[in-house]
Design a protein around this ligand. Structure first.
Ligand code: CTP
Ligand code: MN
Ligand code: MN
Ligand code: MN
Length: 375
């Protein structure tokens, strides 16, 4: 087996949810390259290939040392021929021709630019590219039909491209707390996603909200949104209502992994001066974003208390860690995990949990804290 620098044995488990993956690791020079190929596969609608590259990258993130030779990769799981070829070339030549030509290709750059617009997915971006469009500017210039989300995405494009800092996340947390507390006292509000995993910056800020009295959370989102709208905080919002029903015979086989919580995808308006000094300013109303204003993507999710642990696990990420948890549950345990519940198909029953620790225990997994879920 693989030895690390101290001669200790590394036993690399094959599911990312069985491993600790810190935020900072030793192999960014390899993982960034593999993730370019993963992203390109996504752009080509090839999910299998994309996940294969992401799994390979994730294994390297969990290594306690920098990869220096192909010998270091012996006995590691999830490294397919293609990934190994790419790694070998980078170790020998400093870069991979496939990765560099992908990175520079017009198709890849246009897909990156267009899917970088809030509200634009791979299918839409691909159609626009076939029509000769390349950048968000092209969308405006040619007067493309845009839905409401895409209009906001184009309007706030450069703002939304800027990374959200932890200071900005804290500021938004204070605004969300003020909103929630004023419409329903006694709620619990949790910072989710990348910031819960310890990231210093993110592409958005994610929140999970619940109330310890089950049922109190019903209809909460629209009240929160009204409060935020009155304060002039929202540049854009789209709320979806809760559509989850627990079936006695187990979860329905659904094509999508999307959860069914009451949720809101939004764009908050912060004042740049406020986001520097750390004080929330919510006095102005209206939906313009002037030069002294900062636009930030915010996701709000409301969960019933009985599903809170599952929602917490499901909204902490990383996306690969979540995917691996569900794969582990299905393939190794004959269970179905979602952000709502865990269902055991052998016993035909739902396994309840109050905490993330209990869910890991139900799944027969060692508990991995959020800061080590950066798979
Ligand atoms: N998520 C989800 N359903 C969605 C969007 C996101 O369940 N429609 C979950 C993802 O699985 C992830 C978490 O919400 O666990 C956060 O997603 P996201 O904000 O996209 O990613 P982050 O990990 O927070 O990274 P970033 O810093 O880029 O925001
Ligand atoms: Mn291949
Ligand atoms: Mn996020
Ligand atoms: Mn998000």
């Amino acid at each position: 087996p693989e030895l690390n620098g101290d001669g200790a044995e590394i036993l690399m488990k094959s599911y990312a949810c069985q491993r600790r993956t810190p935020l900072k690791h030793h192999n960014a020079f390899l993982t960034e390259a593999l993730e370019i190929l993963a992203q390109n596969a996504e752009f080509n609608d090839n999910e299998g290939r994309s996940v294969a590259f992401r799994r390979a990258a994730s294994v390297l993130k969990a290594l306690p040392h920098r990869v220096k030779s192909m010998e270091d990769l012996r006995c590691l799981p999830c490294l397919g021929d293609h990934s190994q070829r790419v790694i070998k070339e980078i170790l020998e030549d400093g870069s991979s021709r496939e990765v560099e030509s992908t990175r520079q290709s017009e198709q890849f750059q246009a897909m990156k630019a267009l899917t970088g617009v809030f509200g634009v997915g791979v299918r839409t971006a691909d159609r626009w590219i076939r029509e000769g469009l390349r950048t968000p500017d092209d969308l405006i210039r040619t007067g493309q039909q845009l839905n409401r989300a895409q209009q906001a995405g184009v309007q706030y494009y450069s703002e939304l491209q800027r990374a959200v800092t932890r200071a900005e996340a804290e500021l938004i947390m204070a605004i969300v707390e003020a909103a929630v507390n004023s419409v329903l006292p006694g709620c619990q509000i949790q910072l989710m996603g990348g910031f819960r995993r310890g990231k210093e910056v993110g592409h958005d800020v994610d929140f999970l909200i619940t109330h310890p009295e089950e049922g109190k959370e019903e209809g909460l989102m629209s009240k929160i949104i009204s409060w935020l709208e009155e304060q002039g905080v929202l540049l854009y919002q789209k709320t979806t209502r809760n559509s989850y029903v627990e079936r006695l015979d187990g979860p329905a086989r659904s094509a999508s992994n999307m959860d069914r919580f009451e949720r809101c995808f939004s764009i908050f308006k912060l004042h740049s001066s406020a986001s520097r000094s750390g004080s929330a300013s919510t006095s102005e109303s209206g939906s313009a974003c002037d030069s002294g204003c900062r636009a930030v993507r915010v996701d709000l999710v409301v969960s019933p208390f009985s599903q809170f642990a599952f929602a917490t696990l499901g909204w902490t990420g990383s996306k690969l860690f979540e995917r691996e948890l569900r794969r582990w549950a299905g393939q190794e345990k004959q269970m179905t995990l979602s952000s709502h519940t865990l269902y055991d198909s052998k016993q035909n029953l739902y396994l309840r949990a109050q905490t993330e620790e209990e869910i890991f225990a139900h799944l027969g997994l060692e508990f991995i804290p959020p800061s080590e879920r950066n798979a």
